[in-house]
Structures are given as C-alpha cells and as structure tokens.
Design a protein around this ligand. Structure first.
Ligand code: PLP
Length: 453
C-alpha cells in the first residue's frame, strides 16, 4: 500500500504555498504525488513509493521513462548548437521534418511549435490564410466536435467541445462550431451503430450547408476522441467525413496530439482508417514528452499557396521563438528511432489487445457500461445504472482512481463536470510496457473494482 511519508509532507507544504497546478483543484484530502524519478513504466515518489504510470504522464511518455539515449541526444545538441531560430534553419529541424514526412506517408511541409495547443493554433491560422491566398475570402469557420479537446489557448479552447474547460473563460474566439461525436454507446435505442455513425457525419455536412459552404474553412477532429472519453468511430464515419470535406472544399485537420506516434497501433491514428488529412497536428509522443516540441504538418500544395505574396502578406506571418529548438528536434529524432528499432508501434497494438482482453471480463461488473479501446488506449465507461446508462457519479470515479493509486496504479479519467460526463476511466501506459506491467494494470484494476465497488 502506497502512503505519504516525511519527504512528501515537507514538499507538499511548499507545493501548496508556491505551485499553481494544471487543472487539478488543490485538495487537502488528496495532495499531489511528488515524483522523484522514473524508469520504464514506473514512477517513484519522494518517499520511495512506486507507481505504474498507466497514463504515460498525460498520454505522452510513449517510449517510457529513463531513456539515456534521449538525454544524450539533447545534451550533445545543446553543446554544439543550443538554439537558432527557424526564421532561418538548422540540421536537426530539417532531419526531423524529413523523418516526419516519412512517418506520415504523404507529402507534407512541417511547421514546428512547442505544444499541442500551439500546433492547433498554427493550423487554424494556416487554413484561414490558405483560403484567403486562394481567393476564398469568406472561408473562416471551423467545425469541431463536442467532447473533443484541442488545447488550452484561446483558439484551441474555442475548438474544444467540453463545456467545463470553457466555463468562466468565455467569450472565446468566434467562428468555431460544434457537432455531436459518434458516441455509439449512447446512440438512440433501436438505431444501428452504422446508421448512428452516418447520422453523426451527416451533422457535419448539414452544418456546412446551413452555414454556407463558402464560409467554412476546416473541420478539426482527433481520429478517436481520447481525453473526451475514448470515443472510437466506425470506419464509415471517417470515410464520410473525408468525403464531405472534399465535396465542399473544406480542409480536414487531424489532431494527432495523443493518437500519433504509435499510440494507436499505427504510426498515426488516421492511418488506421486510410484517411488522408490536409493538415496533421502532433505533440506529446513526438518527443515522448522529454522536451517540449510540436508540429503542424501541412499538405505541400497548401503550403505552395503561401508563396504568392503579391499583396505583401502571402507568407505565413507566425513566429514561435522556441518552436523547433535544435535539442528538442534531435531528441525527437532519437525518440522515433527508438520506436522503429524496438518496434513499439507494433507493440502498442499487441499490448492494447492484451489489455482489452484482460479487462473485458469487467463488462459484467455492475458499474461498467462499456469498454472501448484503440491501440494502447482504453476507456472504461462507468454507469450508475446499466439499463438507463446514467453516468456514474464523480465520487465513484474519483474513489476508484484513488483506490488504484493506493495500490500503486495511476489511471486517468475524462472530465466534463458541466455536461455531466466525467465517468470514463482512461488507460494509456507507455508503449514500452512489459508484459508484467500490463498484467499489473489488469490485476490491480480488477481487484479494485471487484473489491469494494
Ligand atoms: N490536442 C489534444 C487531442 C490533446 O489531448 C491535447 C492535450 O492534452 C492538446 C491538443 C493540447 O496539447 P498541449 O497540452 O501540449 O497544449
């Protein structure tokens, strides 16, 4: 049983005084875990307690913790060239952009930033300017989905479809519209999964038509909604979305911030569906979060339109001081090489299937309404009532997470307290997890749910 010791108690006092945490409200009852070191899939806190990180941090430490090669790649680069702006160029950025193009299996040009939010902000400006560059002056609107998350900066938050994240920060950027996601578990009674997925895709076409296609710039979506509750679409949904975008000249942006870099069992999530996005945004797994780096990959012919500068403003007037830092690029390249050498993309698929089959017995549990997986991402939807599918209360969800933590397992949850959906437990362990790590997750979660719940 993990418990707080003297080291934590002292650090927590200072933490409480000086540190403002991301999203988590400060709670005396459940103080933060103060991490000291990590290796593989395991994190050790300042008291020496060990936890299996079933969320890879925030869905990002894809190659696992403690990779010396990554530290060395960054160190060596810092010694030779620690910084140079990408208003000009440097070799690590060039090499990484080439490598990303290979991973994307397409013809893309890469713009570097530091975070997923920034990668999406760049994408929004690129699609708006692209349409201006090509004489389509009214195309400014973006369509996203409810329950999707695209970042915390004002534009990315505007694209986000989770009410609780926006509450008290509105009004946000204008021109962002939302449609329902293909949440098949909550489809109307009597409707087939396929018909429901088609209906959800149709909502995108209807929105484009009602708004006036000539005013819509792009659709943004994750291949699979991850943090919003692991909502996995049918193939037919994404086929139809791509078809609709092409029909109306609307660009398709795939947010691969979580699904990218092997997490889905393919290099990028959209490759599972054979989709060819116009723009792909990525972050997290790009460096396995060892250093900040993100990228906006843009179809080459879209990039070409920015070469027409007849009005003096044709180029992309967007600068990011730290974006594409040489050490971060060198580290990212090394990170991709590790994934290739250790076949971690393929391993994610194998481990994902193992995790699903290990946990699928929980479908009989009275609190478990649905279990969904995509590569090495798993969501367990908790319900108060299986017949009505009423979401389980927040106390239940938090209680299960706390019980797992007490047994040394960190798991996550989605969260939209305003809309009432905070009932999906999430798992996304490192792609390098061992077989026994996966077994530990299965055994611990099963013991917790079958124990006191
Ligand atoms: N897009 C998706 C799908 C995400 O999950 C996130 C972060 O969780 C972001 C964008 C924003 O990334 P960042 O937190 O690096 O700004």
């Amino acid at each position: 049983m993990q418990s707080l010791g003297k080291e934590s108690e002292a650090a927590i006092k200072k933490d409480q005084r000086y540190l403002w945490h991301n999203i988590t409200p400060y709670s005396e009852q459940s103080p933060p875990m103060i991490a000291a070191s990590a290796s593989g899939s395991w994190v050790t806190d300042v008291d020496g307690n060990k936890y299996l990180d079933g969320m890879s941090g925030l869905w990002c430490v894809n190659v696992g913790y403690g990779r010396k090669e990554l530290a060395e790649a960054a160190y060596n680069q810092l010694l030779s060239l620690p910084y140079f702006p990408l208003t000009q160029s440097h070799m690590p950025a060039i090499a990484l952009a080439e490598k990303l193009n290979e991973w994307l299996e397409g013809d893309y040009v890469i713009f570097f930033s530091n975070s997923g939010s920034e990668a999406n902000e760049a994408a929004f400006k690129i699609v708006r300017q692209y349409h201006q560059q090509t004489g389509q002056h009214y195309r400014s609107k973006l369509i996203a989905r409810y329950r999707g998350y695209h970042g915390s900066s004002l534009g990315a938050l505007s694209a986000t479809g989770q009410a609780q994240r926006k509450y008290k920060y509105e009004p946000l950027a204008a021109g962002f519209l939302h449609v329902a996601p293909p949440d098949s578990y909550r489809r109307p009674a009597g409707m087939t999964v396929e018909a429901f997925n088609l209906q959800c895709a149709q909502a995108i076409e209807d929105t484009i038509v009602w708004e006036g296609a000539e005013t819509v710039a792009a659709v943004i979506m994750e291949p699979v909604i991850t943090g919003g509750g692991v909502i996995v679409p049918e193939q037919i949904y994404l086929d139809r979305v791509q078809e609709i975008c092409r029909k109306y000249g609307v660009l398709l942006i795939m947010d691969e911030v979580i699904c990218g870099f092997g997490r889905s069992g393919r290099k990028f999530g959209h490759q599972n569906f054979g989709i060819k996005p116009d723009i792909v945004t990525m972050a997290k797994g790009l460096t396995s979060a060892y250093l900040p780096l993100s990228a906006t990959a843009v179809r080459k012919d879209i990039y070409e339109a920015f070469k027409d500068s007849s009005d003096g403003y044709g180029h992309f007037r967007h600068v990011n001081t730290f974006g594409g830092n040489p050490a971060a690029c060198a580290l990212a390249l090394c990170n991709l090489e590790i994934m290739e050498q250790e076949q971690l993309v393929e391993r994610a698929d194998i481990l994902g299937q193992r995790l699903y089959s290990g946990l699928s017995g929980l479908l009989d549990h009275k609190l478990v309404g649905d279990i969904r997986s995509f590569g090495l991402i798993l969501g367990i939807e908790l319900v108060a009532d299986k017949a009505t599918r009423q979401p389980a209360g927040l106390d239940t969800v938090k209680g299960i997470i706390a019980d797992c933590k007490a047994k040394g397992l960190i798991i996550g949850k989605n969260g939209d307290t305003v809309a009432g959906f905070n009932n999906v437990l999430t798992l996304a362990p490192p792609l390098s997890s061992t077989d026994s790590d996966i077994q530990f997750i299965v055994d611990t979660l099963t013991a917790v749910l079958n124990g006191s719940w």
